[in-house]
Design a protein. Sequence first.
Length: 83
Amino acid sequence: MVKSSCAKAYNPQSEFDFRLLMLTEVRTVRMPSCNWCGRMILPREGAVKFPCPQCGETTIWRCEKCRGFGRPYKCQKCGFSGP
Ligand SMILES: [Zn+2]
Ligand SMILES: [Zn+2]
């Protein structure tokens, strides 16, 4: 009995999965990523964010580079894309 409960608590794999999930969540919430290249947006860089011009329900982020190159973006909700 004692052995089995001990083995249950000692499961490194489930602990790892949990940590990974937490990390992913924090990244998604706190660090926006560029709509085009998927690079993380850093607070200091000259990235822009704006709501989708068509549906207004999604926030589109563009990093400094993609903005400079005039790369297109695409709304994940309505599929609208523009320069
Ligand atoms: Zn980008
Ligand atoms: Zn949209």
